[in-house]
Ligand binder design. Structure first.
Ligand code: GDP
Ligand code: MG
Length: 440
């Protein structure tokens, strides 16, 4: 996430309401972050247009928690474009299921064929890989190597028979698969370095000859701004039923995913994340949305913080600190709120630069809260409101009532006094905060 976008969202976090100017400046930062992630400019324009509209609506409705709202809107829109739900491979009712791969040279088609084969074998299928790339000198051998690694059979033209005619090879493989009872056929095709009419025609002919259940357009996530033109060319020339993004292990932010999904309207089925056959997984739209803008973490953070912690409450507590009227009752309430936050450690872990705080929290024990609760609940109201009256006999009574020792009670009172003192200092500095809660 660009620091500026983080900052913009952090600024919203401190606002009670969203003004049109807030919307504009936030949308500007979102736009910048998307462009940094290499999302196509037209896609960015469309996307931010919708965000702006929805954010303005939200601001008009005077909704609370503007940062949360904006992040949620952006996240929803991103996930929506990326296909919403995860889409699975379609299998034919009558085998074999035919999957054709198309894409530029170097996109990762042959590697993907191996990955798919390995995955299919694991799922209990009997895949057949078909070498219909007869362009590159080593293409057939390369497919044979990955096929062997994956434990899958490879159909390749016999020397002298069908060489140079990939359409014929693809067609022949269909009968072979039926005869030998392979239930999934993966057809590897040739690519060129750039979009090229011959290549397109060849791919289209293979499609016609084999009538695939799925045509997967394979695209390198590092392709950046070229993603849109390439995807459009393949959609016009061959058309495809789904997309596979490769090389997501690189430092590409995934902008290509958004561009391609947005302009083609086709779902992304798989993500390829390395050169090894196991570097392969189904595509999760929500994870990709997080990768593009890192919104997932921020969203979770805001949700957790806000559901557990009411800002109004924070202000009241801060006031009490400042005026010395902070009581054990407030202390208990605060601890309970902290507990509601669920895994505080995890939350802090999501904050960049919160390492020091995380170490402190490693010593934080949830059972501590339970013990504290027991002790404070065994106190009379007068004692909670004014801990100074806690003499020896009162402490003994409380210890018995709560099933703790007097030492436990003493420690709690001591901790309370320390906390009150520390927070008073903080509160006088004008920052209403609670232990463990930095600004988001
Ligand atoms: P094709 O021309 O479309 O068949 O592409 P290849 O499958 O031959 O892959 C081209 C190059 O990209 C090879 O060196 C692969 O090892 C590499 N490659 C493929 N997929 C990935 C991936 O997900 N991550 C990385 N880092 N490299 C990949
Ligand atoms: Mg290849």
């Amino acid at each position: 996430l660009s620091d500026r976008l983080t900052q913009a969202l952090a600024n919203l976090r401190n606002k009670g309401r969203l003004s049109p100017a807030d919307v504009d400046s936030t949308v500007r930062e979102i736009r910048r972050a998307l462009l940094e992630a290499d999302v196509n400019l037209d896609v960015v324009k469309q996307f931010t247009g919708r965000i702006r509209e929805r954010a303005l609506e939200a601001s008009a409705s005077q909704a609370l928690n503007p940062a949360q709202q904006v992040v949620q809107i952006v996240n929803e829109e991103l996930v929506g474009i990326l296909g919403g739900q995860q889409r699975r491979l379609e299998f034919a009712k009558r085998p074999p299921t035919v999957i054709m791969l198309a894409g530029l040279q170097g996109a990762g088609k042959t590697t993907l064929a191996g990955k798919l084969a390995r995955w299919l074998v694991k799922e209990g299928h009997r895949p057949l890989l078909v070498a219909a790339d007869l362009q590159r000198p080593n293409a057939v051998t390369q497919l044979q190597v990955v096929g062997e690694q994956a434990g899958a059979a490879v159909f390749a033209p016999e020397p002298g028979n069908g060489v140079g005619n990939p359409v014929r090879v693809a067609k022949d493989s269909m009968r072979f698969a039926t005869d030998k009872q392979y239930d999934v056929v993966v057809i590897d095709t040739a690519g060129r370095l750039g979009v090229d009419a011959d290549m397109m025609k060849q791919a289209a002919d293979i499609r016609k000859a084999t009538d695939p259940d799925e045509v997967l357009f394979v695209i390198d996530a590092m392709i950046g701004q070229d993603a849109v033109t390439t995807a459009r060319a393949f959609q016009d020339g061959v058309d495809f039923t789904g997309v596979v993004l490769t090389k997501l292990d690189g430092d590409a932010r995934g902008g290509a995913a958004l561009s391609v999904a947005s302009v083609t309207g086709r779902p992304i089925l798989f993500a390829s994340t390395g050169e090894r056959l196991e570097d392969f997984e189904p595509f999760y739209p929500d994870r990709m949305a997080s990768r593009i803008l890192d919104l997932g973490d921020i969203l979770t953070l805001i949700e957790q913080a806000q559901s557990a912690f009411d800002e109004e409450e924070a202000r009241k507590v801060a006031e009490k600190f400042a005026t010395d009227s902070f009581t054990l009752e407030d202390f208990l309430k605060q601890m309970q709120q902290l507990r509601n936050m669920g895994s505080i450690k995890k939350m802090i872990g999501m904050l960049p630069g919160a390492k020091g705080m995380r170490e402190q929290l490693d010593n934080f024990d949830e059972r501590d809260i339970v013990r504290t609760e027991a002790i404070i609940q065994s106190m009379t109201r007068a004692e909670r409101l004014n801990p100074k009256i806690l003499n020896g006999s009162r402490r003994l009574r409380i210890a018995r009532g709560s099933g703790m020792t007097v030492t436990d009670v003493n420690q709690l009172v001591q901790r309370f006094e320390q906390a009150a003192k520390m927070m008073k200092t903080v509160a006088k500095g004008g920052v209403p905060q609670v232990p463990g809660m930095g600004p988001v």
